[in-house]
Design a protein around this ligand. Structure first.
Ligand code: NDP
Length: 314
């Protein structure tokens, strides 16, 4: 442990596509960034299997492998990738103070937040066991693997409706599992799923178990009005019950919306705190793709670089 505070120009918090892309740009700009990986090095892509929609990989690539490539590319230009958890931040003065693992405090001229978001899960043992074997929290990422097949999706918000419609374009049939007798989604999204002949809505239904040993073969559902259980046969099971941005440590310190997504100055990655930038899913509940996260990671590094250049000139 160091007693003297370490000083860094660019501190990047989080190691998904956004964080690593910011690191690639910042290190190539000679800013010697330090990146802390957070609790899940590589981020959400490390819990997916094949990624087929990231440009530049014509044959697809496994999510964990892709994130290894991102890390190596960032390290090649001098990024220090460190395993550690940012446990506190103090943005009230400049340089900003960032504490890692409750013990090591760093003075950072700029901070790039790329802590991402985590999908919410139902909490079933079978859901964890079959994750990546038919269970997924991203229809846009994984729907294609189930083309022509029957699938199910849980949830009744805008995301679930959007993903059900997306799946209906690819799959043979989509069961939409809704726990109440109404949906939370906007009217227009509800209408879209209700009028789609390939989507069957199962109202008042809760998932008791996702079925299958090696891969998903179906699901057992409980109807909370009739108290009956029934089984459906599906090979894909999508969970779309919301995401949680990983922004708890910034609460009360930085402006965010009511769901915890950090607000940016439109058209930039700037936050309301000078010298603090945000990219990836921590600020995006709409697109949430690896490629869009990477795009905003690039923006954050450029914004940080320009911020420092302007400060030096001032
Ligand atoms: P939401 O929080 O809006 O909806 C979550 C849904 O999941 C609800 O229907 C909820 O049911 C259901 N749910 C939660 N927990 C469980 C559970 N354990 N079992 C079964 N069902 C469960 O999340 P979304 O991701 O859909 O949307 C997040 C935000 O992003 C919203 O503001 C939304 O409007 C926005 N968005 C906008 C889009 C657009 O404009 N194109 C697209 C996608 C999202 P219940 O209703 O019973 O609580």
């Amino acid at each position: 442990m160091t007693s003297e505070r370490e000083k860094v120009k660019v501190l990047i918090i989080g190691s998904g596509p956004a964080g690593y892309t910011a690191a690639i740009y910042a290190s190539r700009a000679g800013l010697n960034p330090v990146l802390y990986t957070g609790p899940q090095p590589g981020g959400q892509l490390t819990i997916t299997t094949e990624v087929e929609n990231y440009p530049g990989y014509p044959n697809g690539i496994q999510g964990p492998e892709m994130m290894e490539d991102f890390r190596k590319q960032a390290e090649r230009f001098g990024t220090q990738v460190r395993y550690g958890l940012v446990t506190a931040v103090d943005f009230s003065s400049h340089p900003h103070l960032v504490t890692v693992d409750d013990q090591h405090t760093i003075e950072a001229e700029t901070v790039i937040i790329s802590t991402g978001a985590s999908a919410k899960w139902l909490g079933l043992e079978s859901e964890t066991r079959l994750n990546g074997r038919g269970v997924s929290a991203c229809a846009v990422c994984d729907g294609f693997f189930f083309r022509g097949q029957d699938v199910a999706i849980v949830g009744a918000g805008d995301t679930a409706c959007e993903e059900a419609s997306y799946l209906a374009n690819i799959c043979n049939k989509v069961y939409m599992i809704v726990r109440r007798d109404e949906m939370r989604a906007s009217q227009i999204m509800q209408k879209r799923v209700m009028s789609n002949p390939k989507i069957e809505i199962l109202w008042n239904s809760e998932t008791e178990e996702i079925l299958g040993d090696e891969e998903v073969t179906g699901a057992r559902l409980y109807n909370n009005v009739t108290h009956e259980t029934k089984e459906i046969k599906v090979s894909g099971f999508f969970v779309a019950i919301g995401h949680q941005p990983n922004t708890d440590i910034f609460k009360g310190i930085i402006d965010m919306d009511e769901n915890g997504y950090i607000k940016t100055v439109p058209g930039s990655t700037r936050t309301n705190v000078e010298g603090v930038f945000v990219c990836g899913d921590a600020q995006d509940h709409v697109y949430r793709q690896a490629v869009t996260a990477a795009g905003t990671g690039c923006m954050a590094a450029l914004d940080a670089e320009r911020y420092m250049a302007a400060k030096e000139m001032a």
